[in-house]
Design a binder for this molecule. Sequence first.
Ligand code: ATP
Ligand code: MG
Ligand code: MG
Length: 581
Amino acid sequence: GVQYPQNFISKIIAERTDPNGPVTMRFPPEPNGFLHLGHAKSICVNFGLNEQFNEDNVMRTNVRMDDTNPLKESPFYVDSITKDTRWLIGKDAFPSKIMSTSSYFDEIYGCAVSLIENSLAFVDDLSPDEMRELRGTLTSPGQNSPNRDRPVEDSLRLFQEMTKGEHPTGSLTLRAKIDMSSPNLNLRDPVIYRILVGATHHNTGDKWNVYPMYDFSHPISDAIEGITHSLCTLEFEDHRVLYDWVLDSLAQKCGKEFPSRPRQIEFSRLNLKYTVLSKRKLIQLVEQNHVEGWDDPRLPTLSGVRRRGFQPLALKTFCSRIGVSKTDSNIDFAELENVARETMDKTARRAFVVTSPLKVTITNYDSQNKEEFIIPRHPKDESFGERTVPFGKEIYIEESDFFDGENPPKGFKRLVAGGKVRLRNAYVITCEEVVRDENNKPIELLCTYDDRTGNGVTPEGEKRVQGIVQWVEATTSVSCDVAQYDRLFKAEAPGSSTGDFLDDINPDSVSIISGARCEPSVEADCLQHLETVEESQDADVYHGDLHYQFERQGYYALDSSSSREKLVFNRVVTLRDTWGG
Ligand code: ATP
Ligand code: MG
Ligand code: MG
């Protein structure tokens, strides 16, 4: 697997009281949107530490749907989160059971009742405005609610009525009784339960009319699951005292016992330049049709990067490189592309594809000759095997590999009229004549080949031909579409100048080239892969698992819109970093 370097969290874990004790963690997404690359960081951090510390190889990281808001959550998101997480960490490391906060609602409710019984919580009827008013500010203490000393029996009765749906949404709340003068605003009698009457929860249906707040349900769920280290992002740093208050009050004052006393540790979020990592903004892009769905290959959603063709290995390697700290980072998307380039160099099979075909007729080649070249699928890894590439009298080369004119740009080594070029793994050809259309545009090159130069051979004593181009044979090559992507946003920090991130959308973020031509082995691979995808019941096979280096073009993956009739490839990354700088 991927090696994760030491970081401040691994140091904390290493110093735990029982140095050989199990380390249990969780990844707790709220099913209110699709996972994005920020979540990938969280997944890699949790599962990576798990691998590092549990030497018995038992995976103790839970995936828990943090589903306490039925108004925003749905099984649709639960399914996508499950699928995307499983894809990233791999089916072998993926837990067999998905947890959910909603399955602890009874226990969490019991904890709330205990707090009331021990005078550590009370039912309040202040409106949100009144509550804000009394809460005070960072520089001024708050004031107690007039309901703070409500008798325990009254709070218990009201809480029960709330639970039965006898009070309308928003009319009452349950608040923890902590300290209205605390310098930490989160400790000023925070709301721990609210009423939502008539909302149907995807797991618990209509059973509940009250739902716990994150700050209350989260520590309890962690403790119930025996979590030892509860990692979250920095914005929860100020909530840690409340996390501790909840668990300590329940243990010390209410006599509650849990399998663990988890510890919250915060690390900085991943921010990526030229894109947005926020479920709210991603929902806007999808719902307002700025992109073509959650798996649009331009999106930083896990579904999007998977469809584009990024491999889990690239994402994990990226996460291990960016590391974990408490300092905010703002990383260029190009960093991920660099990692993808590096990993795909090892995992991608090679093939010839011509995106803008220019016909070449080899005049001295026998049209009856059915010659084939046997070419390795990977130049450095024999385990990839070989492919058969037919050759013939009519072939296509890339239009841009022929320079039409007297003075090619400096360094241009490919084909010019009268010049020679090496067809990769095949023959050297010489351009004898250019056939043009009525606009004088070259439409065909008449060439001759040197039959001594097959398989890349240079005859003894002759000069090596410098330019090498990929090619496909005309009659056996297959038409396909290739999609090339640019950044989805023009600005490094979308929305920084106008306040609206949508203003910075790049209008030219995708170009589809139809009529590209691939060598026949590509079609054979793809048809077989399409069949495997169709047959895979457990959905662990994806279109983009089949990826290539189209020689001299870039890394490409099979797109999910592909069919037997039409193959579509997404460019994952170019061969070199073209952003510059
Ligand atoms: P968003 O702001 O996109 O809505 P969220 O934090 O509300 O994200 P959750 O579903 O609550 O989304 O997140 C699940 C886990 O993933 C949390 O532990 C959260 O801290 C972590 N996470 C979310 N975004 C990032 C990010 N950009 N970098 C690192 N971790 C993240
Ligand atoms: Mg959240
Ligand atoms: Mg959120």
